[in-house]
Design a protein around this ligand. Structure first.
Ligand code: ADP
Ligand code: ZN
Length: 223
């Protein structure tokens, strides 16, 4: 059973890399952003609570986020483990998480801010299957249509200059310190997120294998 966290700035490819790794290792991919987007699309109570916050690029309140994560993780459909994406994003969320779950590794996708804008502002998403496209590097075969299901591609409401600025600010102020916190307690694996998706995935798999890998913390456990 493997439990991974994947972190990285907006557009670093957390969703894409999580899906690839989940398929390979039979993990359940849990994306907090996707859960919220599903709720918005389906007009649920949670959707009504988070819609404006998300569109503005702001963080949803910790209590709501934590209850959504807790509820998702109590559905025991993750026999082989999970990879969680978009959580934790700040110190309180990280503390909540570390109290409840032991993590096998934290994958950090490293991408410079200059590249973030280029990727995020050119991103299109399939609302049916969640596949991300980029109009520059990975445009769909037929313009505006998902290669996999034919769904009509959309731009995320928070992929605007304005909302991106807010998201990036929060990332640097609140999420980056979480990486430092993990570095002290967990196995943190930094991966260069600039190459093509397949190459990034290869890096991740190389660093995670051969199983079972030894988290760094075990080295000093005997002392
Ligand atoms: P990105 O990482 O590109 O900003 P996500 O899809 O992970 O996008 O998240 C989209 C939005 O969902 C966030 O901007 C925020 O409003 C909300 N959200 C997702 N995860 C969290 C979280 N852990 N804490 C607070 N808000 C969150
Ligand atoms: Zn699709």
């Amino acid at each position: 059973m493997r439990k991974y966290v994947i972190m990285g700035v907006q557009g670093s490819g957390k969703g894409t890399q999580s899906q690839l790794l989940a398929a390979e290792l039979d993990l359940v991919h849990i994306s907090v952003g996707d859960i919220f987007r599903w709720n918005v699309q389906n007009h649920t109570k949670i959707g009504a609570l988070v819609r404006r916050t998300m569109a503005a690029g702001e963080l949803v309140g910790d209590d709501l986020v934590e209850s959504v994560v807790r509820e998702r993780l109590t559905q025991h459909d993750w026999n082989f483990g999970f990879i969680i994406d978009g959580f934790p994003r700040n110190r309180p969320q990280a503390e909540f998480f570390l109290e409840s779950y032991d993590i096998d590794g934290v994958i950090v996708l490293d991408l410079p801010d200059s590249e973030v804008r280029r990727r995020v502002l050119n991103r299109r998403v399939c609302p049916n299957c969640g596949i991300n496209y980029n109009l520059i590097d990975s445009s769909p075969k037929v313009a505006g249509q998902c290669d996999s299901c034919g769904g009509e591609l959309v731009t995320r409401e928070d992929d605007t200059e304005e909302a991106l600025a807010v998201r990036l600010r929060d990332y640097h102020e609140k999420t980056n310190p979480v990486i430092e916190l993990f570095r002290r307690k967990e196995y943190v694996l930094m991966v260069d997120a600039r190459p093509a998706p397949e190459a990034v995935q290869e890096q991740i798999r190389k660093s995670l294998s051969p199983p079972p890998f030894e988290p760094e913390k075990k080295e000093s456990a005997g002392a």
